[in-house]
Design a binder for this molecule. Structure first.
Ligand SMILES: [Mg+2]
Length: 318
């Protein structure tokens, strides 16, 4: 069955809208009263223009371009993703997570053998050995294009969601989160339903399934703000999932859930970007407010129409 172009486009456009909506409020950069709806006013850590997206969508755009041009299924694709990110770090990065900067900086400092993806994994694993901490939310925030690249192949999606995560985030929990979220996006696009995330834990390795089931259930019981700080990939996923399940204020599902995501506080753009990809995949690009769609833009010189085109190409619909 051919997936709906509206939901395919929604995955990337929802990501971008969540990102741009959360940017102004990242780490409390702008005040947001409890009764207030977040707005794409720019500022934040960039500073960003109103409607401008940040590193979350920027890094996802690199993955999407490689996926659209040549697919993501082999090591050469991962090399192209890493090369794209190194170019982004050099030319376009407006803000960069600590872990991602460390890994890409190490890749950029050397050339030749081994190839870029291997250098990235080696740098990431060295960081993991040294600090024991590589489970930041930086691979989950950019994972949505991987789901679009494997809508017709669940097993391949499991493998490649982790492979793209591992380029910078070797902690198994970061890979698990990307696998879970990609499968949720896949189900939302293909079946036009919001999946029960707990039904997808069979996609992660057996020893960690019970832990994930518990974390997901916890997110179902508590509001998004209970999962701040959310720089850790587990709490970022919990905050995003809680926002999907606990909309705030009025409006269509993406609007109310993204409002809830931004009100979670802390890493607001990333939590809203994660939630936005899944919400857009479920409800479609047509569910996003026209003023958001008109406003969003960012590196590498893209606007909504470009993201729609990119999403369709990644999913093989173009
Ligand atoms: Mg960001």
């Amino acid at each position: 069955m051919t997936p709906s172009p509206d939901r395919v486009e929604g995955a990337l456009l929802g990501l971008a809208c969540g990102d741009a909506l959360g940017v102004p409020y990242e780490f409390g950069a702008a005040p947001l009263a409890a009764s207030e709806a977040p707005r794409m006013i720019g500022g934040g850590l960039g500073p960003y223009e109103p409607g401008e997206w940040s590193d979350d969508t920027q890094m996802a755009a690199v993955i999407a371009r490689v996926a659209a041009d040549r697919g993501l299924a082999d090591e050469a694709a991962l090399d192209a993703v890493v090369e794209g990110w190194v170019g982004w770090l050099r030319d376009g990065a407006s803000d960069v997570g600590t872990q991602t900067r460390h890994v890409l900086g190490a890749v950029a400092a050397r050339s030749g053998a081994p190839r870029p993806a291997e250098r990235a994994r080696a740098a990431a694993q060295e960081l993991h050995r040294r600090t024991g901490r590589t489970a930041g939310n930086g691979s989950l925030m950019r994972t949505a294009p991987v789901a679009l690249a494997f809508l017709d192949d669940r097993d391949a999606l499991t493998v490649h969601a982790r492979a793209v995560s591992d380029l910078t985030h070797p902690d198994p929990l970061a890979g698990d989160a990307c696998v879970l979220w990609c499968h949720a996006i896949r189900v939302a696009v293909v079946e036009a339903t919001m999946p029960a995330l707990e039904d997808l834990v069979g996609e992660v390795p057996t020893p960690r399934r019970d832990a994930w089931a518990g974390w997901i259930a916890d997110a179902g019981r508590r509001p998004p703000a209970d999962f701040a700080p959310n720089g850790y990939v587990v709490t970022a996923l919990q905050a995003a999932w809680s926002a999907v399940l606990h909309p705030r204020g009025g409006g269509a599902p993406p609007v109310a859930s993204l409002t809830a995501a931004v009100h979670a506080g802390d890493d607001t753009d990333t939590v809203a970007a994660i939630a936005g990809a899944l919400l857009g995949a479920r409800w479609g690009a047509s569910s996003l407010p026209e003023e958001w769609v008109a406003a969003v833009h960012g590196w590498p010189g893209l606007r909504s129409a470009d993201l729609r085109d990119l999403a369709r190409r990644v999913a093989g619909l173009a």
